[in-house]
Design a protein around this ligand. Structure first.
Ligand SMILES: [Zn+2]
Length: 425
């Protein structure tokens, strides 16, 4: 009698099923192991603070996702290999304060962000609830850069002093409703350029923040205060998790006492209670006398951002790579700067770990930088020059798995003298 006949019919069926399924399981497992990569970044120094990586690693991308970060991944599985030896590989930078809509100096995001390793910009108040739909159609949708939004508490947005001081157009309920309708794009609220006495603008922004459970980012001047002080703003009015931008100018916060050069005690108290301080370089908000003293006394910005617009990009070098370079020349280490340009902004807008890391399975937004050494001139917002010895330069940017900026031709084959393409070594 054949042995098979000794096995009961039910068992035989189970065995047949296992025999059918087993190869499938094995094939699936081996496919996962042998997954092909669309892009392999080979041999770069990876800095991914969220995963505590600060060493030479390969990064593999399939489709729009990071699929592996490990030493020595197999080159044969990659359709495109970028040799990034000697370069730094980081998560795509998040610029928490940029101007890409509404404001008179706003710039189209792809024209500046992607060239500096920035894959996400957060527009700081260009649109209000009345103009957001136009913003979405004209800028957010056609941009390759990811564009997120701090919605202005002013319904018409950042269109000039008259509108920005019109208290009638500061509606927390309508602002919160627009945020709730567009949770993928709108991450918080901006209050800016308010020059009337009292806290009306900030209080309405905070009310909208409370209704929508989002943070408020603040930009207002102490020189215009009437019955309001920075101390009260930071310690009483703002909530933990709200941000104050322009940390290193001397008109908004006076981080450093201008007579003694010492950090103001209330600034330290505010940080302790959870208020966040954002760089917001811009044309008027990064001053060497403030930045040097604050950095020396251990007060770096929580988040590094550019406040980039048409009049701060040319002379003041306020893109992300330059902002980081300036802080590095004041003593900040590169991994710390990367953390303050990726993880920290992602957390501030409640988008971590979806953004701000090279974790496996996360979106493939990646930046590649060269850290140059030599003598470099860096200008502040007053166009005063400081010489530094390090300069971070973007070499390539990958957004959503696509190589969108490649300033050294890393992703291209060589053209040799015989007129033939060569494989990248
Ligand atoms: Zn700004």
């Amino acid at each position: 009698m054949p042995i098979a006949n000794l096995i009961p019919l039910v068992c035989r069926r189970s065995l047949q099923r296992i025999a059918f399924i087993l190869p499938l399981v094995l094939v699936t497992a081996s496919v996962a192991r042998a997954q092909s990569y669309d892009i392999l970044l080979q041999g770069g120094h990876v800095i991914d603070p969220a995963n505590r990586i600060d060493q030479v690693m390969d990064v593999a991308i399939s489709g729009d996702r990071i699929v592996r970060v490990a030493p020595s991944l197999p080159v044969r599985r990659a359709k495109k290999v970028l040799n990034v030896k000697g370069l730094y590989v980081t998560p795509g930078l998040i610029d928490l304060h940029a101007h890409v809509y509404g404001y008179s100096g706003s710039v189209f995001p792809d024209d500046t962000a992607l060239l500096a390793g920035t894959t996400t910009v957060v527009d700081a108040g260009g649109a209000g609830w009345r103009s957001f739909d136009d913003f979405r159609k004209r800028i957010i949708e056609p941009s390759r850069t990811r564009v997120l939004v701090f919605l202005n508490i002013v319904g018409r947005g950042m269109i000039g002093p008259e509108a920005e001081n019109n208290v009638e157009d500061m509606d927390p309920v309508k602002t919160a409703a627009k945020i709730e309708e567009n949770p993928n794009e709108i991450v918080g609220i901006k209050v800016a350029h308010f020059v009337l006495p009292g806290w009306t603008a900030l209080e309405r922004a905070i009310e909208a923040g409370r209704l929508s459970n989002t943070p408020v980012i603040v930009d207002d001047s102490i020189f215009t205060n009437r019955a309001r002080t920075s101390r009260e703003k930071l310690l009483r009015v703002m909530r933990p998790g709200d941000l104050h931008t322009h940390v290193y100018n001397d008109r908004q916060l006076e981080v450093v006492d201008r007579f003694t050069g010492e950090l103001q005690p209330y600034i330290l108290e505010a940080r302790k209670r959870g208020v966040l301080f954002d760089l917001g370089h811009g044309r008027g908000s990064f001053l060497w006398p403030v930045a040097v003293r604050a950095m020396k006394q251990g007060f770096p910005p929580d988040t590094i951002s550019t406040d980039l617009h048409s009049s701060s990009i040319m002379i003041q070098q306020s893109d992300m790579a330059n902002c980081i370079s300036k802080l590095m020349n004041l003593g900040m280490k590169l991994p710390d700067a990367v953390e303050r340009s990726t993880v920290n902004p992602a957390r501030a807008i409640k988008r971590f770990p979806e953004l701000g890391t090279l974790g496996e399975g996360q979106v493939a937004d990646v930046a590649v930088f060269e850290l140059k050494t030599g003598v470099f001139a860096f200008k502040d917002a007053w166009s005063k020059k400081l010489l530094g010895t390090q300069k971070l330069e973007c070499v390539a940017t990958i957004r959503n798995g696509r190589l969108v900026a490649d300033l050294n031709g890393l992703g291209f084959p060589l053209w040799n003298k015989a007129g033939e393409y060569e494989v990248i070594p």
